[in-house]
Design a binder for this molecule. Sequence first.
Ligand code: ACM
Length: 411
Amino acid sequence: MKRRDFLKGVAATGVLGATGFPGIWTKSGNAWASNNEIPVGVLFSLTGPVAVVESTLQNACLMAIEEINAEGGIHGRMLKPVIEDPASDPATFADRIRRQVLRDNCVSVFGAYTSASRQAVLPVVEQHDNLFWYPTLYEGRECSRNVMYGGAVPNQQQQDFVPWLKENFGGRFYLIGNNYVYPREENNVCKMILDDIGGEAVHEEYVPMGHSDFGSVINRIRDMKPDVIFCTLVGDSDVAFQRQMHAAGFDPETMPVASLTRSEIEVKAMGGAAAAGHFSSAPYFMGHESAANHRFVEAYLNRFGQDEVTHFVNEAAYFQVYQFKAAVEQLAPSDITPLNIRDAAVGLRMLAPQGEIEIDPNLHTYLWPKIARWQADGQAEVVQQSARRMAPDPYWAYEDQMCTAEGLVRT
Ligand code: ACM
C-alpha cells in the first residue's frame, strides 16, 4: 500500500523537457497574445473569510508580473493582469473566471485558495481548454489536465508529519476543520495514516466556513485530552480558534495544534504569542536560508511593507508566474495557447525561494516538506526537513489510483 511505504525514497518521475502533447487550438489566429500584451487572469479574494490569505496571494502574483514586465516581458510582450475579486465565494469564482477566459481572452488564470473555489472554476477551464494556476496546498484526488497545481498534496505534508507527531506527542488525535471538501479529505488521509501506525482519531469535527466561536470545541478538547489537535481550519476560523485556545491556557508542550494550513500570514493575524510552540507542515517558511528566498522576501517587504510576511502559499503564487514565463518562453509567439503552455511547463525545473522545484507530468509540483514550530516573533523554527524534494502523488493514500500525464489511472 502506497501510504504504508513511509521509508520509500522519492520516486524520480520528473523529467526535463516537454512531453509533447498535441497543442489544441480553440481560437482562430492568436487572440491570446495580441497588441503586444499577454492577458492573464488574477483571481484572488480581497473580501470574505479567506481574504486574509488570498489578498497576499494576489500581492505575490502581481509582484512577479511586475518584475517580469520590468525586465521586458515575455518575447517583448507585457503581461497584462486582469484582476477580479471573487469574494471568497465559489459561485463568484466561476462567474469571474468565465469573464476572464471568454471576455478578456486570458491565456491562463492564476487564482484561488480554497478547494471549494478551485472545484468551482474547474468546469469552466476544462470546458474552454484554458489553464488555471492553483498555488494552494490541497487534498489531492484530482488530476485535471487544465490545472497547474503548485501547492502540496497530502503526501508532501502528512507523510512525515503524522508519524512525527505520534512519536513526539502520542497518537490520540482530535481532528478539527472547516466544513468543506479540503478538511474532510485531509482528515481521511490522516485517519488512514493513524490506522497504519497505531494511532487513532478520538474525535472529528467540522465548523462552518468563517466560524469564529470555539467555546464548545474547546470544552470538548479539555474533556477529551487528546495528544494532538490536528487542524485544517482556514483563514479567519484558524485565527479565531488559536486565539481562543491560547486564551484558554492550553500548553503546546503537552497538546500541540498541528496544522496543514497555518502559515506566517495566519500567525501574523492571530499574534505570535498565540501560535508559539504549535506546529505546521509546509514546504516553505519565510526564514528559509537561500539567496533566492532572501531576494523574494526583500522584494516583497519593499513592495508591500516591512511588517508584511511571505508564506508557503504566496511563495507558490509567486513562483507559478515564473513557471508560466519559462513555459511561454519556449513557444513561438504564434503558438501561445493555454494547452501549449501546459505542455511546455511539464518537466520544468526552477530555483524557487524554497529550493529547486519541478513540474511533474501529472501537473503537480515537486516540493520540499518541512515541519516547523512557531515562535513568539511570528516566525517558524524548522525542526525537520526532507533531504530531497518530494514527488507529488495526489492519490498517495489510494493504492489503486494514480494521476499520470494521461490523467487518472485506476489499476
Ligand atoms: C484548501 O482548501 N485547499 C486549503
